[in-house]
Every structure is written in C-alpha cells, then in structure tokens.
Write a new protein. Structure first.
Ligand code: PEP
Length: 243
C-alpha cells in the first residue's frame, strides 16, 4: 500500500514543519508513505524525513534537464534536494497549465533520466463520465502519458476522477473497482503488470477503509486530508489494515 500526501500550494512553512513532525512520529507496517510538498520546502523536508522511511517527491518537473526556463524546476534538481519521486500530470496541472499527455510523457522521461521514480495521474472529467466515456478517456491518457521503456518498478499510477478532487465527492466503489481493473489490465498488456494503482479524490478517514479494500487499489493519493496530521494518520492506519 502506498499513501501519498499531495500538499499542493499549502501550508505556510511553520505549519509544514509541525505537520511533517507529526508524520514522522507515526509508523504503519506495510504502508509506504510519500510526501509531495511545495518545491521550496524540499530540502527542509528532506532533513525532517531522514530515517523516517517516508519518501519525498516533487509536485512537477520540467521536460528538459537544464536551460532558460524561468520558474521551472528540473528533475535532477528535485533529486539533489532529496526527492526520489515526482508527481506528474495532476489534473490541476493539466487544466491550469495546459499540460498534454505528450508533455507528461516527456516530463516522465526526464524524471527517469534523472533517477527519479514517477507517479503519473490520469482521470476523467465529470462531463466525460456522464457521457459514458470515462474508461476510453483514461485508457488514452494512460497510453499517451507513459514514456517509452518506463520500468515497472519506477512507476506508480494515480487514478483521480477530476470531479472528485477537492470536492468531497467520491467515486462509488463500483466505479473505482471497474476503472482500476481496466487500468490494471492495460498495464499488464503493456508489460507493466504489478504497477501500483492509487485512487485519489476526496479520500478521508471515513471512506479510506472501504476504498482501500477494493480490488486493484494499491493505495491513495491524498490532497486535503493530508494537511491534517490526524486525518492522514487515520488513512494510513486504514491502509495498514488493508495490507
Ligand atoms: C489530489 O490533490 O490529488 C487530491 C486527490 O485531492 P483531495 O484529496 O483533496 O481530493
């Protein structure tokens, strides 16, 4: 089970220090935690996480190794700051920064080149789900967002229905089960069987156990609830029971 915390552009640094301290005071057997803090906090977080077993990741990277890209961050820089993973293709980047599947794949290639593992997000919009196109859209995103030759042991997929992110709405167990089964089948066809498939979208302490018990759900990508130490710990405890 992998439980990943996506802090997005939160919280203030002083609160981040307290939050990460709370993370490190807990331990969950069989649960790999990953923290994606804002980029300026990486070095600070790397020091705080030392010896905790919690992995550190960046929330994005550029597709080039270096150059004149003001405001961007290279995968190698994330690595130098203590990250071992990068989150790519989150729907907030796809929507807010116009990131295409092809760009996500190029960023993933750069990340692999720099020695990072990749967590690639895919997920349909509400309109696509309502029109019965969810599986087709997610399958196309998966196909096009993966870089050539990605090794299975450096890839994690996060299925996040866009309409469930930060909204309090959660996909039903049937919807999650069907999508994870379809993604799992497609990964196996691509020679990537066994790659963990996380669910993301309003995972909270009160729904974590039932979501994590669904077949082919290998963990959760958690946004809002990861900013509350007790809520994040409760989700990790549910994962420990689901292992
Ligand atoms: C996310 O940011 O990936 C996410 C799933 O957010 P939330 O848990 O707040 O829906």
């Amino acid at each position: 089970m992998i439980i990943a915390a996506n802090w997005k552009m939160n919280p203030p640094l002083a609160d981040a220090g307290q939050l990460v301290s709370a993370y490190t005071q807990t331990n969950f057997d069989g649960v790999q935690r990953v923290l994606f803090p804002p980029h300026p906090y990486l070095v600070h977080m790397a020091m705080r996480l030392e010896g905790s077993g919690i992995l550190l990741g960046g929330q994005d990277c550029h597709q080039s190794a270096a150059g004149a890209f003001t405001g961007d961050v290279a995968a190698g820089m994330l690595r130098e700051c203590g990250a071992s993973m990068v989150l790519l293709g989150h729907s907030e980047r796809r929507a807010g920064h116009g990131e295409s599947d092809e760009l996500v794949a190029a960023k993933a290639s750069a990340a692999l080149e720099a020695g990072l593992s990749t967590m690639i997000c895919i997920g349909e919009s509400l309109d696509e789900r309502e029109r019965g196109r969810a599986e087709e859209v997610v399958s196309r995103q998966l196909d096009k967002s993966l870089p050539d030759g990605v090794p299975a042991d450096r890839l994690v997929i996060a299925y996040e229905p866009v309409w469930a992110i930060g909204t309090g709405k959660v996909a039903s167990e049937t919807e999650i089960g069907a999508m994870h089964q379809s993604v799992s089948r497609q990964l196996a066809e691509l020679g990537l069987g066994g790659v963990p498939i996380l669910y993301g979208g309003s995972v909270k302490p009160d729904n974590a156990a039932s979501i994590l018990a669904i077949d082919d759900v290998g963990g959760a990508l958690v946004g809002g609830a990861s900013l509350k130490a007790d809520d994040f710990a409760a989700i990790c405890a549910a994962a420990e029971l689901a292992v």
